[in-house]
Every structure is written in C-alpha cells, then in structure tokens.
Design a protein around this ligand. Structure first.
Ligand code: HEC
Ligand code: HEC
Ligand code: HEC
Ligand code: HEC
Ligand code: HEC
Ligand code: HEC
Ligand code: HEC
Ligand code: HEC
Ligand code: HEC
Ligand code: HEC
Length: 324
C-alpha cells in the first residue's frame, strides 16, 4: 500500500484543489474553549489548514486500526472504496484520509494528559456537523444522481449520507435488495406497518425495494418519486394500465393513488377502501335506471366490479360503462 514519492507529491497538490467543505471554513469563535463540539471542529480546521496528511497513507493507520483493534478499519478493503486500482477512489490518493481528513498528530501517541487529535467521524453521534460530513462524500460523488442532494427531503432533514450508507463492510446493506427495507423502515414506521397489511407490494421479500419507486437522494418530484408523477412511476411496471383506452376511467389517468395505497392496505389489491365504498366516494347516486339486486351490494362488497370489471379502462366499442 506504500505510495511512491512522486505520487504523493501530486496527492499533496491535489489536496489543495479538491478539499471538501472543511477547507473553506477556517477560524472558530472563543466558544471553542468550552463546547466540545466546537473543539473538535477547531482541531479539524487547524489540521486542514496545515494539510498534514500522513506520508504513508493507510499503512500508518492500520498500525493501530487493524482487525484486532477496538476500532478496526480493515473492512473497507472488502468494498469498492478499498479498491487500490480505482484511479477515482480514495485508495488512489489520500486513502483513509480522503474521508477522515488529514491525520495531523492523530497517529502520534498523545502526551500525558493530552487527548488524541480527533479525525472526521460520521453518523448521528459524530460531533462533526452533518453538512461537513456530507461534503466529504460529495467531494467525489458529484455525478448526476447526487447533484440535487440539497433539494432532497433527507438533506433538508439533516440526514448524513451515513444515515443510510455503511462504508466499512463488504456489502452496504442499503444497496442489498434484501436488506434495504430495514434501513428505510428504521425511520419510516408508517410504511413499515403498511408492508405487513393484508396486501402489499412484494417488498418484504426483496422483489421490490423502496428505491424501485423513490430516489432517496433527490426530491424534485412529489414524494421523492423516481418518475415525474405517481402514474409514471406505476406504469414502469404496470405498463398495461397506461392505455390509451377508448373509454377511460378518469381517476385512473389522473392518479392511481386515488384508489390504491402504494405501500400496503388492509383491503384486496392495495385498495384504499373496500368496494363499493371506494366507488361510492365519487359515485354517490349510481344507476338511476339499472336495477341491482339489494343483496348483491350488501353481501358481496366487490359487486360493482362484477359488472364494471374493466375498472382501469375499456377498449370495447360499447365499453363506456367499463363493463367489457
Ligand atoms: C498510534 C495509534 C493510532 C494510529 C496510528 C491511528 N489511530 Fe486512529 N485512533 C486511535 C485510537 C486509540 C483511537 C480511539 C480514540 C478515542 O476513542 O478517543 C482512534 C480513533 C480514530 C477514529 C475515530 C475517532 C473518534 O473520534 O472516535 C478514526 C476515524 C480514526 N482513528 C482514524 C484514523 C486514521 C484515518 C488514521 C491514519 C491516518 C489513524 N486513525 C491512525 C489510534 C490510532
Ligand atoms: C470512503 C470513505 C472512507 C474511507 C476511505 C475510510 N473510511 Fe473509515 N469510516 C468511514 C465512515 C462513513 C465511517 C462510519 C462507520 C461506517 O460507515 O461503517 C467510518 C468509520 C471508521 C472508524 C470507526 C470510527 C468510530 O467512531 O468507531 C475508524 C477507526 C475508521 N473509519 C478508520 C479508517 C481507516 C484506518 C481507513 C483506511 C484504511 C478508513 N477508515 C477509510 C468512511 C471512510
Ligand atoms: C476519494 C473519492 C471518494 C470519496 C471521498 C467517497 N467516495 Fe464513495 N465511491 C468512490 C468511488 C470511486 C466509487 C466507485 C464508483 C464506481 O466504481 O462506479 C464509490 C462508490 C460508492 C458507493 C457505491 C458502493 C457500491 O458498492 O457500489 C457508495 C454508496 C458510496 N461510494 C458512498 C460514499 C459515501 C457515503 C461517502 C462519504 C462517507 C463516500 N462515498 C466518499 C469515491 C469516493
Ligand atoms: C435515505 C437513505 C440514503 C441517504 C441519506 C443517502 N443515500 Fe445513497 N443510496 C441510497 C440507496 C437506497 C441507494 C441505492 C439505490 C439508488 O441508486 O438510488 C443509494 C446509492 C448510492 C450510490 C451508488 C449507486 C448509485 O446510485 O450510483 C452512491 C454513490 C450514493 N448512494 C452516495 C450517497 C451520498 C454521497 C449521500 C450523501 C450526500 C447519500 N448517498 C445519501 C440511500 C441513501
Ligand atoms: C435516519 C432516518 C431516515 C432514514 C434511514 C430514511 N429516511 Fe426517508 N425521511 C426521513 C425524514 C425525517 C423525512 C422527512 C419527514 C417525512 O416525510 O417523514 C423523510 C422523508 C422521506 C420521503 C418523503 C419525501 C418527500 O419528498 O415527501 C421518502 C419517500 C423517503 N423518506 C424514503 C426513504 C427511503 C426509500 C429510505 C431508505 C433508502 C429512507 N427514506 C430512509 C428519515 C429517514
Ligand atoms: C411501488 C412503488 C413504491 C414503493 C416500492 C415504495 N413507495 Fe413510498 N410512495 C409511493 C408513492 C406513489 C407515494 C406517494 C403517495 C401519494 O402521494 O399518495 C409514496 C410516498 C411515500 C412517503 C411519503 C408519505 C407521505 O405521507 O408523504 C414515504 C415516507 C415513503 N413513500 C416511504 C417509502 C418506504 C420507506 C418504502 C420502502 C419500505 C417505500 N416508500 C416504497 C410509492 C412507493
Ligand atoms: C418496480 C415495479 C413496480 C412498480 C413501480 C409498481 N408496481 Fe405494483 N406490483 C409490482 C409487483 C411485482 C406486484 C406483484 C404482483 C405481480 O407480480 O404482478 C405488484 C402488484 C400490484 C398490485 C396488486 C396487489 C395485490 O395484492 O393484488 C397493485 C394494485 C399494484 N401493484 C399497484 C401499483 C401502483 C398503484 C403503483 C404505482 C404507485 C405500482 N403498483 C408500482 C411491481 C411494481
Ligand atoms: C377508480 C379506482 C382505481 C384507480 C384510480 C386505479 N385502480 Fe387499480 N384497481 C382498482 C380495483 C377496484 C382493483 C381490483 C380489481 C379486481 O379485483 O378485479 C384494481 C386492481 C389493480 C391491479 C391488480 C389487478 C390487475 O388488474 O392487474 C393493479 C396492478 C392495478 N390495479 C394497478 C393500477 C394502476 C397502475 C393504476 C393507475 C394507472 C390504478 N390501478 C388505478 C381500482 C382502481
Ligand atoms: C376518485 C373518484 C372516483 C372513484 C373512486 C371511482 N370513480 Fe368511477 N368515475 C369517476 C369519474 C370522474 C368518472 C367520469 C365522469 C362520470 O361519468 O361520472 C367516472 C366514470 C365511471 C364510469 C363510467 C361512467 C360512464 O358511463 O361514462 C363507471 C362505470 C365508473 N366510474 C365506475 C366506478 C366504479 C365501479 C368504481 C369503484 C371500483 C369507481 N368508478 C370509482 C370518478 C371515480
Ligand atoms: C348488475 C350489474 C351492475 C352492478 C352490480 C353495478 N352496475 Fe353500474 N352500471 C351497470 C350498467 C348496465 C350500467 C349502464 C347503464 C346505462 O348505460 O344506462 C351502469 C352504469 C354505471 C355508471 C354510469 C352512470 C350511470 O348512473 O348510468 C356508474 C357511475 C356506475 N354504473 C357505477 C356503479 C357502482 C359505483 C356500482 C357499485 C355500487 C355499480 N355501478 C354496480 C351495471 C351494474
């Protein structure tokens, strides 16, 4: 893992041009003396200002953070960030310090009574402000998918990238179709409950994931959907519902969610309400001139559908009332 001197010289120069948000933010107020959070910030600022990166990169760190240590770090070498051959990855340049910031005096044993200089840490318990944590990741992840991160509800709620992503293990759970749901529903309790109702999208078994429909990094669309509207999202997999139909059912072309709950429902087919109540919300006085047997409506809830079975639209010449 040792770097040849010319490469590290280059790395040092690069460091000046592609520092994350940290570098711009120098100077702390006097409150830094007392507030531990500000003390950490001040210490990190000063390390960034000095740009003291460890000349031996990861080799320095792994002396103390090997697999046996109380804070092991070797897991990173089992995923893409530990890939020594990727020219755009952390290991090609500053290695551990690409994310954790310049080592400064951290690797040296602190003198008696002194604290070890802090490094950038991540997650909700880190003293490092979320915006600055995220700026580390965004200094490399500036691709189209992350460009609009600041617009996302998750950014507005001050989530860090590491609220969802775990970087020191072989497989980031949120990128695994079987494990993603647990990450999302650890905060989204309502959707978690929906998944266990009578009908739901096959999310619990990993056939679908939350990110089949949502973009967690961006909120240009309603409910951070991947497509511009609810319907466009649904058509991605239920293309046959798009039509065009000779006889359309107005609410279907307007918004599937007028009748369906996308995450789960106590009713059949993800319906918001049972039939006939669902229909009667909008059709208060059906059938001035069609006799429906009383029992049909009361006993069998689905009876509107017994006759109006083309509820999403009909292509039959006489299909205006969605019966064929
Ligand atoms: C001489 C041993 C030693 C070396 C070398 C060392 N560390 Fe540490 N590091 C520690 C110890 C001990 C702690 C725990 C400090 C504590 O809990 O207060 C720690 C904590 C950390 C933490 C968590 C910080 C926190 O506030 O909890 C990170 C991140 C870290 N080190 C990264 C690095 C990186 C990156 C390098 C290489 C540039 C490195 N360390 C080199 C001993 C070392
Ligand atoms: C791509 C960014 C990245 C790189 C590169 C990276 N880390 Fe980390 N590191 C993180 C994140 C994010 C966490 C928070 C825990 C997690 O996501 O697994 C973390 C956690 C840690 C911790 C535990 C801190 C704690 O509070 O317990 C240590 C120690 C650490 N890293 C050291 C290292 C060392 C040493 C290297 C190099 C071998 C390294 N890291 C490379 C992003 C990175
Ligand atoms: C030094 C640049 C750099 C930094 C800093 C960095 N990454 Fe990456 N990251 C990469 C590269 C390169 C890849 C691989 C992309 C590829 O090969 O397409 C990657 C891949 C990823 C992936 C996909 C992983 C996979 O298994 O496919 C995630 C998620 C990710 N990074 C999150 C983060 C987060 C969160 C942070 C901040 C804690 C971060 N990255 C910091 C360069 C970086
Ligand atoms: C709310 C959870 C969540 C947060 C917060 C989050 N991500 Fe992600 N990220 C995901 C999910 C889910 C995927 C996989 C699905 C996808 O690609 O949209 C992913 C995929 C990725 C990927 C790799 C696959 C790709 O899309 O190219 C990268 C890189 C990444 N995220 C970076 C980041 C960065 C950087 C941040 C912080 C600015 C961040 N993420 C914040 C959930 C999250
Ligand atoms: C650490 C907690 C946390 C995690 C983990 C998390 N979220 Fe969120 N999410 C929030 C908060 C807080 C909001 C804003 C309040 C709300 O709408 O519930 C939010 C909002 C949303 C919204 C509504 C966005 C909008 O624009 O209206 C969607 C959709 C969403 N999250 C999906 C996801 C998905 C998918 C995942 C997993 C990849 C995920 N969340 C993981 C906390 C989290
Ligand atoms: C099949 C597509 C689909 C899947 C999969 C999906 N959602 Fe949604 N989600 C939607 C749609 C559509 C809406 C908007 C509903 C509306 O506007 O009535 C939505 C809305 C949301 C909202 C905002 C709710 C509100 O009241 O504003 C959150 C939060 C959310 N989803 C989280 C999740 C989580 C977490 C998962 C994974 C467990 C998930 N979604 C899976 C389609 C989906
Ligand atoms: C990523 C693909 C995907 C997307 C997007 C999607 N679905 Fe589905 N949907 C499925 C799968 C898979 C099933 C399971 C049944 C099957 O195999 O057709 C399903 C089943 C359903 C069912 C029947 C459920 C039952 O228990 O009878 C309804 C209703 C439904 N989806 C409505 C919607 C609506 C409304 C949207 C848009 C908010 C949507 N779907 C978006 C994949 C998707
Ligand atoms: C007016 C209410 C209503 C609207 C709006 C609606 N649906 Fe439905 N949908 C139903 C009813 C009722 C059923 C149950 C049909 C049955 O059991 O025969 C159903 C069943 C389904 C099913 C499962 C059975 C099948 O036909 O494949 C899917 C998938 C589905 N709808 C998708 C959608 C999509 C996608 C949209 C938006 C384009 C949508 N629905 C809009 C009422 C509606
Ligand atoms: C969100 C409101 C809404 C819901 C729910 C709804 N509809 Fe409709 N429906 C409409 C609108 C609007 C039209 C078109 C205007 C009209 O003719 O009343 C329509 C048209 C129809 C038509 C064709 C009328 C014609 O001959 O032109 C039938 C049949 C119908 N709906 C049956 C149903 C049934 C059965 C259900 C329950 C499964 C249902 N609708 C649920 C709003 C709704
Ligand atoms: C026994 C079969 C049958 C059942 C059950 C039935 N309908 Fe109809 N419906 C019809 C027929 C036939 C027409 C066409 C009448 C016409 O063309 O004059 C119709 C027409 C309609 C229309 C068009 C407007 C109107 O009043 O003519 C609506 C809306 C409608 N039905 C809604 C419903 C709803 C809601 C239910 C359940 C509460 C339901 N229907 C149950 C046979 C049925």
């Amino acid at each position: 893992m040792k770097m040849t001197p010319p490469r590290w010289l280059l790395a040092g120069l690069l460091a000046i041009s592609c520092l994350p948000l940290w570098a711009k933010d120098t100077g702390q107020s006097a409150a830094a003396d007392t507030d531990p959070r500000l003390q950490v910030e001040a210490s990190l600022d000063s390390k960034f200002a000095q740009g003291k990166y460890s000349p031996k990169g990861a080799d320095t760190c792994l002396k103390c953070h090997d697999a046996e240590s109380s804070k092991p770090a070797t897991g990173i070498f089992h995923n893409v960030h530990g890939n020594l051959g990727n020219p755009n990855g952390p290991m090609a340049d500053k290695q551990c310090e690409a994310c954790h910031g310049p080592a400064g005096n951290h690797p040296r044993n602190p003198r008696k009574g002194q604290q070890r200089e802090p490094m950038i840490t991540f997650g909700p318990n880190s003293p490092v402000p979320v915006e600055k944590q995220n700026s580390v990741c965004l200094s490399c992840h500036t691709d189209a998918k992350r460009m609009a991160w600041h617009t996302s509800s998750h950014a507005v709620e001050d989530l860090s990238c590491t609220s969802c992503h775990a970087l020191h293990q072989a497989k980031d759970p949120v990128l695994d179709s079987k494990l993603q749901t647990a990450t999302c529903t650890s905060c989204h309790a309502e959707q978690k409950a929906d998944l266990h109702k009578r009908t739901s999208h096959p999310i619990l078994n990993g056939e679908l994931v939350c990110s089949s429909c949502h973009n967690p990094h961006q909120s240009d669309n309603q409910a951070s959907l991947k497509q511009t509207t609810v319907n466009e999202t649904c058509y991605e997999c239920h293309a046959e519902k798009r039509g065009p139909f000779l006889w359309e059912h107005e609410p279907v072309t307007e918004d599937c969610a007028l009748c369906h709950s996308p995450h789960g429902s106590i009713n059949q087919a993800l319906l918001n309400k049972r039939v006939p109540q669902l229909c009667q919300e909008c059709h208060s006085v059906p059938h001035a001139n069609v006799a429906i047997p009383e029992g049909d409506l009361k006993v069998r809830g689905g009876s509107c559908l017994n006759c109006h079975n083309q509820i999403h639209g009909s292509n039959h010449p006489t299909g205006q009332s969605l019966r064929r």
